[in-house]
Design a protein around this ligand. Structure first.
Ligand SMILES: *[C@@H]1O[C@H](CO)[C@@H](O)[C@H](O)[C@H]1NC(C)=O
Ligand SMILES: *[C@@H]1O[C@H](CO)[C@@H](O)[C@H](O)[C@H]1NC(C)=O
Length: 467
C-alpha cells in the first residue's frame, strides 16, 4: 500500500500527540481525546488553562525556558510582576440557579431518545448548590500551585527560595475568597517545592488595586449598571445565529422551541463547561452543542466582555489606571535601585485578581484590538478576531512583565500572556519584538503615564461641560 505524504503527517501527529499505543486503541483522530469535549476551546472565561497551553495536558510542570530569548547572554532578570486571575471555581449563585432550572426542564420535558439524554435523566445528579458561590475548587488550588512551580522554573533567579525568604516576593490579592485561596495556593506551591516549614509569608488584601471596577463610579453608572451599554449583546441574543443554536438544542432534547430561551442555552453551555473545568469530565451535557453552536455561544460571551470590560467604552479600560500606575511605579523603582547597584527590594510582585481585573488592563495596554468592533450583526466577519476571551482569560490566566538589565544601561521589558511571549501593540516593529527597551515601552505609553488618573477618569462628570 502506498504511503501518501498525508499519511506520514498523520502518523507523526499520532506518535507525538497520543503516543503509539494511544493511537491504536483510542480514536482515528489524533487530537481528539475522548475525555476532552470537542467544544472545550470555546469556554471563554470558564475555560481550562490547559486549553491555551496544551503541552500542560501531558506534563503540568513542563517549562521551556528558551521561549524567553533575551537578546544577549548578559541579560539578567531584575524584576517580575505577575498579575494572575484566580483558579478554577464553582459557578456563582446566579449561574447555579440558571443551571438548576435548565436541569429541571431537561428532567421533566425532554422526550428525545438518545443515550446521553438517558444518562442525564437517570444517572446524572444535580450537585451544584447556591452556597458554592464562586469559591475555588480543588482544581483551582492545583492551577495556582502548579503555576507557581512553573514560574519558579521559568524565572529561577526571580522566584527563588532566597528571594522568598528575604522578603523580596510580595503578594497582593483581591479580598474575594477565591482570590485569597488562590494566593495561598500559589504560596503553598513554592513552600512545598522548597520544603519551607518554619516561615509563613504575608499577603496584602487590596481591593482598590485588584477590584478597581467596583470603585469606579463612572464605570458603574455608565456601563456596569447601565442596561443600554450592552445593547449589542442583547440584540445578538435575539438574532438569527443565537436562535438557530436554541432550536438545535430544543431538537436534540425533543422539546418545543419556545422552552429554550437564550438564558437556557447559556445554562446548557455552562453545564458542559463547569463539569469539564471542575471535574475534567466530558459530560453528557456537552452533546447539546456542536462546534458551530459553541462558536456562536463564544461570540455572545466575547461580545459581552468587549462591551462591558473591553474596548466597547473608554471608561472600561480607564478604570484600571490605578493598577497601570502601580505596575509602572514598581518597574521604575526597580530601575532606580538597579541603577544604584542595589538589590531590587521587590524582585517579584504577585497580584491575584479576576478576569475583570486583567481585561481592562490588557485593553488599556492595547492588546487584542481588532480593526472592526464586534457587533450584533457582524458575527461572520469576526470569525478571525483576536479578541477571544477563551484565549485570553481562562482560569489562572496571567500577565507577566519581566524587566531585564542587559548591561550598559540597556533595560528591557518582556510581556508574557499565559506564559507565552507577546509583543506590546505598536512596538512590534522593533527587532527584538517581545523584549523592547524599557524606555521605548514608557514612550509608547507616555500619554497614560502622564495622565490616566483613576480619580479623574472615574468621576461621573469629568469636565464641567459634561454636567
Ligand atoms: C522550546 O522553545 C523553543 C523556542 O520557542 C522551540 O524552538 C523549541 O522547540 C521548544 N522546545 C520544546 C521541547 O518544546
Ligand atoms: C481553598 O479551596 C479548597 C478547595 O475548595 C479548600 O479545600 C480549602 O480549604 C481552601 N483553603 C482555604 C485556606 O480556605
Amino acid at each position: 500500500m502506498p504511503i501518501t505524504s498525508w499519511n506520514v503527517v498523520l502518523i507523526i501527529n499520532f506518535t507525538t500527540v497520543v503516543g503509539v499505543f494511544g493511537c491504536l486503541t483510542n480514536s482515528l483522530f489524533p487530537n481528539e481525546d475522548p475525555n476532552i469535549p470537542a467544544i472545550a476551546k470555546y469556554f471563554c472565561t470558564k475555560g481550562r488553562y490547559e486549553e491555551v497551553n496544551p503541552h500542560l495536558i501531558r506534563d503540568i510542570l513542563s517549562v521551556n525556558t528558551s521561549i524567553l530569548q533575551p537578546p544577549s547572554d548578559q541579560c539578567r532578570q531584575i524584576h517580575l510582576t505577575a498579575i494572575i486571575r484566580h483558579g478554577t471555581r464553582y459557578p456563582t449563585t446566579k449561574n447555579v440557579k440558571k443551571m438548576q432550572s435548565f436541569y429541571k426542564l431537561v428532567r421533566s420535558s425532554a422526550t428525545a431518545k438518545r443515550n446521553w439524554l438517558r444518562e442525564i435523566q437517570t444517572q446524572w445528579r444535580m450537585w451544584y448548590t447556591e452556597d458554592m458561590d464562586g469559591r475555588l475548587v480543588q482544581k483551582g488550588v492545583d492551577d495556582l500551585r502548579y503555576l507557581a512551580i512553573r514560574l519558579s522554573k521559568l524565572f529561577p533567579s526571580m522566584i527563588s527560595e532566597e528571594n522568598l525568604r528575604g522578603g523580596r516576593v510580595k503578594f497582593i490579592t483581591s479580598s474575594k475568597h477565591r482570590c485569597v485561596n488562590s494566593t495561598l495556593s500559589f504560596k503553598a506551591g513554592l513552600t512545598e517545592l522548597w520544603d519551607i516549614r518554619d516561615t509563613e509569608f504575608d499577603h496584602a488584601v487590596n481591593d482598590a488595586l485588584m477590584r478597581f471596577f467596583d470603585r469606579c463610579t463612572r464605570f458603574l453608572q455608565e456601563v456596569d449598571n447601565n442596561p443600554s451599554a450592552a445593547t449589542e449583546v442583547d440584540k445578538f441574543k435575539q438574532g438569527p445565529e443565537m436562535r438557530r443554536v436554541q432550536q438545535k438544542i430544543a431538537d436534540r432534547l425533543g422539546v418545543p422551541y419556545s422552552l429554550i430561551t437564550d438564558d437556557m442555552a447559556e445554562a446548557a453551555f455552562y453545564m458542559c463547561a463547569y463539569e469539564f473545568a471542575i471535574k475534567t469530565v466530558n459530560s453528557p451535557w456537552c452533546q447539546l452543542f456542536d462546534e458551530v453552536d459553541a462558536q456562536v455561544m463564544e461570540y455572545s460571551i466575547d461580545l459581552k466582555q468587549f462591551w462591558k470590560r473591553g474596548y466597547g467604552y473608554d471608561i472600561n479600560s480607564k478604570s484600571s489606571c490605578i493598577l497601570f500606575h502601580d505596575v509602572f511605579s514598581r518597574l521604575d523603582q526597580a530601575v532606580a535601585e538597579n541603577k544604584l547597584d542595589q538589590q531590587v527590594t521587590e524582585a517579584v510582585t504577585v497580584q491575584v485578581g479576576h478576569a475583570e481585573t486583567l481585561l481592562p488592563l490588557l485593553t488599556l495596554l492595547g492588546f487584542f484590538k481588532d480593526d472592526d468592533i464586534p457587533t450584533s450583526t457582524n458575527y461572520a466577519s469576526q470569525a478571525r478576531r483576536s479578541f477571544r476571551t477563551s484565549h485570553m482569560l481562562p482560569y489562572a490566566a496571567n500577565l507577566l512583565l519581566v524587566l531585564y538589565d542587559c548591561g550598559g544601561g540597556d533595560l528591557r521589558l518582556q510581556p508574557l500572556l499565559n506564559e507565552k511571549p507577546v509583543a506590546f501593540p505598536g512596538l512590534n516593529d522593533e527587532p527584538a519584538a517581545s523584549m523592547p527597551l524599557y524606555r521605548d515601552v514608557r514612550e509608547r505609553y507616555r500619554d497614560l503615564l502622564d495622565g490616566c488618573d483613576f480619580e479623574t477618569e472615574c468621576q461621573l462628570f469629568k469636565n464641567p461641560s459634561d454636567a
